[in-house]
Ligand binder design. Structure first.
Ligand SMILES: Nc1ncnc2c1ncn2[C@@H]1O[C@H](COP(=O)(O)OP(=O)(O)OP(=O)(O)O)[C@@H](O)[C@H]1O
Length: 380
C-alpha cells in the first residue's frame, strides 16, 4: 500500500474546472435491436484516474467498456479519448487495452510468450520484445515464472500474467472487466492493492467494471453507479456511501435504513421530517425539499446508536423501540430494533471492549438515536 499517501488524497481533477477530461462519453446510446443497453449517457474520466463502473448484472457496464475498447460501436453519441473522437479508430489502433475476466491466456505458450504476444503481432523487433517482456515480468513480480505454462501457475499468478500482457503494449488506458473475478476472497483483496500500486506507478488511467461494491470502494478514485443503461451517480467512494443522491444508490451501496415520511419544516439548511412511523427526524439537508413534500431519510446502521437510557443531548434524534433480534458478529453486534410503529431498523455497534457485562438483550426496551448529520434526505 506504499503509494496510498497524501498524493492520492489530493488527486481530484474532476473538482478542478480547468482540468480537461481524458475520456468523454457524450450522449452515448447503444441499442441491440430495440433494446437500449446504454441510454444517452454522458460521463467524464480523467487522466490517471482509477475509475469504476458499478452496477447490477445487465445494467450496461460491459457494453460501455466494449465501446471504449472499440468492440462495439455506439448507436449514437460520441466517445472522445485524449481530445480525439475515436468512433472511426479500429480497436487495435486505440491507445486502449482490455483485460478480460477469463484472462484468455494461451495454454500452450509460456508466461513470457503470452506477455509478448501482442508485441509480436505488432512486428516489434525481437530484442525490444525481450526487453519489454523482462520489464513486465519484473513489474508483476513473475521473473522466476517466465518459462512456465499457465496451468503451472496459481490463479493469482495467471491474473498477473494477463495484467502484464495487457500492459505490455503500454496502453494509455487499461480497461478491466471484472479483473479479480476468478480469485478467492483473500487473494482478491491482496491483488486489489497490487493493482492500485501498479496503476499509480505507471501513471495510467484504469477503467474497471465490477459488480463487487467493496472492490470498487477499495480501489477507485471515483465510482459511477449504473442502472438500466444510465449513470445514477458519479462520485468518490465516500460520497457515494455518505451522500447518496437517490434511493437507488443508498440502497445499492452498503446497508441502509430508509424511513419514509413528509417534510414538516424546512429552512436554513435544516429540515424536520415526520416519518410514517411517527418518528420526528431533525436533520441537516442542503437544498432541502419544501415543507409538505414527501421525502425519505436514509441512515446507515453504524450511525444508529442503541442505548438503554434516553439520550440527554437535545440535538440528538431518538425513538423508543424494542430489541427484535441480535446478531453477534464478534467485532460488532447488529441490533434489529422494532420501533413503536412496527418498523424494524438495523443498528450495528462496534464491540470495542472485550468484556461486556450485562449486554443489551432480546425484547429489551431501548432507545435508538443519531445526530443531526448522521443521515441524508432523499428527495425522490
Ligand atoms: N450483443 C448483444 N446483443 C443483444 N443484447 C446484448 C448484447 N450485448 C449485451 N446485450 C444486453 O445489453 C444489456 C447490458 O449488457 P452488459 O453486458 O453491458 O451488462 P453488464 O452490466 O456488464 O452485466 P454483467 O455484470 O452481467 O456483465 C444486457 O441486458 C445484455 O443482455
Amino acid at each position: 500500500m506504499k503509494s496510498l499517501g497524501n498524493i492520492r488524497r489530493s488527486f481530484a481533477p474532476w473538482a478542478d474546472p480547468a482540468a480537461k477530461p481524458f475520456i468523454t462519453f457524450r450522449n452515448v446510446t447503444k441499442k441491440f435491436g430495440d433494446f437500449t443497453a446504454v441510454d444517452n449517457l454522458t460521463l467524464d474520466i480523467y487522466h490517471r484516474e482509477f475509475f469504476a463502473l458499478l452496477g447490477a448484472s445487465g445494467c450496461g457496464k460491459s457494453t460501455l467498456l466494449r465501446m471504449l475498447a472499440g468492440f462495439e460501436r455506439p448507436t449514437s453519441g460520441e466517445i472522445i479519448l485524449d481530445g480525439q473522437d475515436i468512433a472511426s479508430i479500429p480497436p487495435y489502433k486505440r491507445p486502449v487495452n482490455m483485460m478480460f475476466q477469463s484472462y484468455a491466456l494461451f495454454p500452450h505458450m509460456t508466461v513470457e510468450s503470452n506477455i509478448g504476444f501482442g508485441l509480436r503481432q505488432d512486428g516489434m523487433p525481437k530484442n525490444e520484445i525481450a526487453e519489454r517482456v523482462a520489464q513486465m515480468l519484473k513489474l508483476v513480480k513473475l521473473e522466476q515464472f517466465a518459462k512456465r505454462k499457465p496451468h503451472q501457475l496459481s490463479g493469482g499468478q495467471r491474473q498477473r500474467v494477463a495484467l502484464a500482457r495487457s500492459l505490455a503494449k503500454r496502453p494509455k488506458v487499461l480497461l478491466l472487466d471484472e479483473p479479480l473475478g476468478a480469485l478467492d476472497k483473500k487473494l482478491r483483496e491482496e491483488t486489489q492493492f497490487e493493482l492500485m500500486d501498479l496503476q499509480q506507478d505507471l501513471g495510467l488511467t484504469f477503467v474497471v467494471v465490477t459488480h463487487d461494491q467493496e472492490e470498487a470502494m477499495t480501489m477507485a478514485d471515483r465510482i459511477a453507479v449504473m442502472s438500466h443503461g444510465k449513470v445514477i451517480q458519479v462520485a468518490t467512494p465516500a460520497e457515494i456511501y455518505e451522500a447518496p443522491n437517490s434511493r437507488f444508490v443508498a440502497d445499492f451501496i452498503g446497508d441502509v435504513n430508509i424511513l419514509d415520511g413528509k417534510v414538516s419544516a424546512s429552512g436554513n439548511g435544516k429540515i424536520e421530517l415526520v416519518t410514517n412511523d411517527g418518528f420526528t427526524v431533525r436533520t441537516a439537508s442542503a437544498g432541502a425539499p419544501a415543507s409538505g413534500s414527501a421525502a425519505g431519510f436514509a441512515i446507515r446502521p453504524e450511525k444508529l446508536k442503541v442505548s438503554r437510557n434516553a439520550p440527554t443531548d437535545a440535538t440528538v434524534n431518538a425513538a423508543e423501540g424494542e430489541v427484535w433480534d441480535i446478531g453477534y458478529l464478534g467485532d460488532m453486534t447488529v441490533f434489529y430494533v422494532k420501533l413503536g410503529s412496527g418498523k424494524v431498523v438495523k443498528a450495528s455497534m462496534l464491540n470495542a471492549q472485550r468484556e461486556v457485562e450485562n449486554p443489551i438483550a432480546y425484547d429489551e426496551k431501548v432507545w435508538v438515536s443519531f445526530g443531526e448529520t448522521a443521515g441524508v434526505v432523499l428527495k425522490d
